[in-house]
Every structure is written in structure tokens, then in C-alpha cells.
Ligand binder design. Sequence first.
Ligand code: LMR
Length: 395
Amino acid sequence: MFEHLKEQPADKILALMSAYRADPRTDKIDLGVGVYKDASGNTPVMRAVKAAERRIVESQVTKAYTGLAGDPAFSDAMIGLVLGGAVERARVAAVATPGGTGAIRQALELIRMAAPEATVWLSDPTWPNHPSILKYLGMKSAAYRYFDGATGEVDFSGLMAALGGVAAGDAVLLHGCCHNPTGANLTAEQLAEVIALLKGKGAVPLVDIAYQGFGDGLEADAVATRAIASAFDNVLIAASCSKNFGVYRERTGILMAVARDEGEAKLTQGTLAYLNRQNYSFPPDHGARVVTEILTDPELRADWEAELEEVRLGMLGLREQLAGELARLTNSDRYGFLARHRGMFSRLGVGPEMVERLRAEHGIYMVGDSRMNIAGLNAETVPVLAEAIVAAEKG
Ligand code: LMR
């Protein structure tokens, strides 16, 4: 049987992670996979996570199954964090999932069950696993223009023109904040125009929010998701706790589905529980329990928010330093967008040859489309990267 298997394409981001690990150079710089790193290159367990884990170890009396949808307290806490009361609670169905990717997968499966002919629209570019999962599920997809590589900003007129092709019942994936891979985000005014257009089309938004708290702050980063959630009858929201709680390996995420009314929410809730059962039965609990403990305990929550804010401000500082160095070295503002971008990533906007030169000649690893993980830098490596970019530009 197994002889019939075909080699599968390697995931670009994960392949880069292996290539970096195999590189013997000691001065190499990893700007690849989206994992937060502090100035020493470590990905620490957040203080509140450690404290919550200690409490759970002490107080947990059973490891028996939770429900198929996970612990309802986790859903309530996450709905509060992401939606903040923008939608009546009774209209929201929710299931815990293995990470944000699990939530995306369940969202797409739900769309396929409800509307098998729907096209799912993805920004061009987007996180490479979005089209990959869609293809795997055999679903129809289309791309909408998003980014202007020449300016480093959103190509808004291109985006609106492309979304003009959305048909009634299509799903449109939007990044809730901190667009991955570009770092370029819609303004509030632009988002309002997108919402009006998609409402007019009768589309269903699917929001992927994986970096809440990494852009402009925990509340500010939820504004777009809340505006979308409150504007439509049906919205899907896939949220990840991997990055903002730093619980990557615990696989902690949630899929929320905003329904038209309470009755439709119950039907959706049952379908989501069924989907969990078919795919992996009960979702993982440990990370979800840690997140719930943090979000519901004022002291832990305050400490988590403070640490997350330090992380966010650290990345903003690095962005400004990098944009400043490049302005100085190039005597131009052409990399000024790096300071305006938000979140963990920025797309530098250079070709694959230059990305390869940066890797081969300078030991700097970024994704082939020139996506950089800003958190892979520190105050000492920013000037090294800036010099390398300028050198690689010259060829
Ligand atoms: C990324 O975009 O690098 C992260 O979301 C990690 C991943 O799973 O690809």
C-alpha cells in the first residue's frame, strides 16, 4: 500500500527551520518561523503561564475527558478576549481546537459541510498553510490582491477590485491583525469599506487572528475582528493562543462561529462538536486550562498583559531601529514601511535571489518571499541585518 504514496511538498517555513538548525555558522540569524524570541534568542515560558501551570498541577483532581467542544470556561474566556462583547454571547458557537491551525481546519470543514460549492478567498500573499489546507480538503479557492511589494503597503485599490469578484455565499479569509506574512494592515476606514463590500456581496468572513497583542495592543488588535463579527449574520473566527500566551507546543486555539440567532448557534455548536469528534475527538486541554486560568484571574491576567506588552514594545523598538539603520545606510526612506508594519512579520519586498544571497553569504534566514520574523532580531543584530541587506542589494 505505502508504495503508492507520493512525496508531499515540504512546508516552506518548516523546511527553513531545519535548514537553519543544520547551519554550523555561529553568527547565523534566524528570521524564519513565527516564534517569539527575546534578545538572547530564547523563547521563554511566560511568567503567568508558569504560575498558572503550578496552580493547575496543585489543584487538578482529574484528567478525565472534558467535552467535545473543550471546557466551556475556555470558550467564554476566549470569546471575551477576542470579541469583547461585540456580539451577543448566545449567537456564538465555539470549540477548542489544537492550535490556531486546528481552528482554521475546522472552519474550512464547516464551510465545506454548509456550502460545498463555496470559494474561499485568500489574500495574496497569505500564510502558506491556508492554501495548502484548502487544497488538501479539495475546496475551491481564489486569491485577492493584498500587498504592493514596491511600497511595502496594502494595495487597497487592487484588493477592492479583486474582492469585486466574490460571489454570494463565498468565504473570505481576513487576517484579524498583524497580517502574516506582510505586516501591512488595513486602516479602520479601509476595513469599513471591505466590510460594506463583502456585506453587499453576501459573503461570509473567516477571520484568522493569531497575533492579538503583538501589533498595537491587546484591545486595539481585536478592533477589526470585533467590527467584522458585529457586521455580518455569519462569521467564523479562528484564534490562536500559541503566540500571545507563548504556548506553541500545547496546541491551544479556538474556533468561534457567529450565527444569526441563538437557534442557529445551537445547530452550529452541535456541528462543530461533531467535527471535533470526527477529526480528533476531544481537543487538547492543558494549554486551554492555562489560558483560562490566566484570563479569569485578575492578578495572573495583569502580569500576562504586562509581559505581552513588553514583547510588543520590544518588537516595535526593533522595527524602528531597523528602519532607522536602513534609512541611514540607503539615504532614503524606502524601507520606512518596516516601522509602519505591525506584528511579528514584515515582508521586505525583495526577490528570492536576494533572500538566497542573505542566507548563503550572511547566514540570515528569512522565508523565500522575504518575510522576516522581527522577533528574531536584537539590538546587536539589527545593524548586521541592515548592512547585509544593503550589501545584498548591490549583488
Ligand atoms: C509562521 O507563520 O511562521 C507560524 O504561524 C508557524 C507556522 O506554523 O507556520
